[in-house]
Design a protein around this ligand. Structure first.
Ligand code: SF4
Length: 316
């Protein structure tokens, strides 16, 4: 079985930037707070927590009391951004702001802020509780609404000057449906295409990559919007595919008849995890004490290790 890594798979610039920011400041043994998940990848977050990153709640930041006898802590703003009130609270608590907001998200925040100040109604197509959307809502000056489905697009309150934007990682097709529905209710709706080009391009890449392999593995957070969108895209062309967070949850049945297996990842999948999975698939941890077919099938890796062993036995 041949295992290939998608050559175009890499973390997006926003994720790459925040990981570097986090690693740099943690390497200096500073106190670093962040609200929620820095990125949607649990194993990477765990690694940073092991390095000292402290995940706290928004309430913690708002209620934080400065202690002059201690060094000022850092507040690391995640790639999805934060609401301005929270950043202001961190500043008031004398935290050092380390802004990891992705420039593409920042651009949406600026557009929203500008229009809301000029009296526009702001509509954001996306998920209600998504961190980026919660942050964007903070820039609407109280005159914004989230539209997460067609039903909401049919009933959301509109004004003569309404602006529609999208969470950067939503499916462009879904965004188009929301836009059409709202446009049918109002004339002169101002629409901004704020979806992330990186994700749009990656959709085309994974579509091509999925066609080149018998089976495809999407490695990345199952809570990640971009991973889910990429998986949906690749699955449409290769049904023999799966979305997992680590090798521990592999469905070996989907790999059993595959001569070629492709591994790809989302915008928030670090390269080390992709390589780790490739090594895992290619390794042959045949237990010396029990390398019978039955024994192999019972080991971690199950049938796939059995098949690797079988092929090696043939060529030995
Ligand atoms: S997916 Fe796009 S918008 Fe989101 S952090 Fe990455 S580059 Fe920025």
């Amino acid at each position: 079985m041949k295992v290939t890594i998608d050559p175009k798979c890499k973390p997006c610039p926003g994720v790459d930037n925040i990981l570097h920011l986090a690693e740099d400041v943690l390497a200096r043994n500073e106190i670093v707070y962040t609200v929620g998940d820095l990125i949607h990848n649990k194993r990477e977050i765990d690694r940073l927590v092991d390095m000292g990153l402290e995940k706290v709640s928004a309430e913690f930041i708002c209620n934080y009391k400065d202690d002059p006898s201690k060094a000022d802590p850092y507040f690391l703003i995640r790639a999805h951004g934060e609401a301005p009130e929270l950043i202001e609270a961190a500043r008031k608590a004398k935290m050092i702001i380390l802004d990891g907001t992705c420039p593409i998200v920042k651009h949406s925040q600026d557009i929203i802020d500008q229009h809301a100040r000029d009296g526009w109604r702001i509509l954001i197509a996306g998920k209600h509780q998504h961190a980026e959307v919660v942050g964007l809502m903070g820039y609407t000056h109280g005159n914004g609404a989230v539209v997460s489905n067609i039903k909401e697009a049919s009933s959301v309150e509109l004004e003569s000057r309404s602006l529609l934007l999208a969470q950067t990682t939503i499916d462009p097709l879904f965004y188009s449906k929301i836009r059409k529905k709202i446009t049918s209710r109002i004339t002169g709706l101002k629409v901004i295409d704020s979806t992330c080009r990186f994700i749009g391009n990656r959709c085309k890449d994974v579509e091509n990559f999925a066609q080149l392999n018998d089976a495809v593995i999407m490695l990345g957070g199952t809570n990640s919007s971009n991973c889910r969108l990429l998986f949906k895209t690749l699955r449409a062309v290769n049904n023999n595919s799966q979305h997992i967070e680590s090798g521990a949850s592999l469905d070996y049945n989907l790999l059993n008849d595959a001569e070629s297996v492709g591994i790809t990842g989302g915008a928030s999948t670090p390269t080390w995890q992709i390589e780790e999975l490739k090594n895992f698939l290619e390794s042959t941890p045949v237990p010396e004490e029990d390398n019978s077919p039955e024994g192999l099938k019972n080991t971690k890796g199950g049938n796939i290790l059995w098949r690797i062993w079988k092929n090696q036995s043939k060529t030995a």
